[in-house]
Design a protein around this ligand. Sequence first.
Ligand code: F6R
Length: 250
Amino acid sequence: MSGNIKLEICDHADGVARQAAAALAGVIRSRSETVLGLATGSTPEATYAELARMHRDEGLGFAGVTSFNLDEYWGLGGDHDQSYRHFMTDRLFRHVDILPWNTHVLNGRARFPELECRSFEDRILSAGGVDLWLLGIGGNGHIAFNEPGSPVDSRTRLVSLTQETIDANSDGRFFSDAAEVPRCALSAGIGTIREARSIVLLATGDKKADAVAAAVEGPFTEDCPASLLQDHPDCTFIIDAGAASKLASR
Ligand code: F6R
């Protein structure tokens, strides 16, 4: 399938951050209450820095924002410095006026993971669904921690990470040793993500070029989880020249 995915290609990664922040700010400004889905990882860091700047310099308000994060390492509490709760607090939440109780990050130390995952889905429904979900993409095409083979209708659940993902996250940017990386995570499912009213996926650097080309121009297949966004009615990939470099159609 060559799907509906819209492409915005920027020369450099800083352009990706500006475009992505502008897309998020547009949704936030267009309504009094906004539900955002958020991602962690290296790629959105500059976007969060730009949103923090817009809050500081342009008065972009987050008091009406409710957020849901894609995933959390299983076994890490929010006070662990590699937890995604910590990442979000450090990169975004503490810089803006979002209300802490409106920020939903899965609890990686929940006693009952199934209950935690069901409650996460219920909280998304109670909030009225996600207006815009921001995503990154793994080198193997994963979105959130939905590794290749994850079903298109998967929901939030406990998943195992592939060795490739463990290695990618222990290259010194986050963990410095693969042995420290948790083997499992709680992750929103592909079905959960696909229900967002709009989706913006960010990719920078030529390490992501194969995954981006497979997602946009390859078949609709669970082998490349990001390709399962092809039939979404409002999905945009904002990518830099490196990440776009293997697209035939660019
Ligand atoms: C993060 C997440 C992951 C990352 C992906 C890319 O919440 O769900 O899917 O988006 O692994 O990570 P970076 O941006 O570090 O290359």
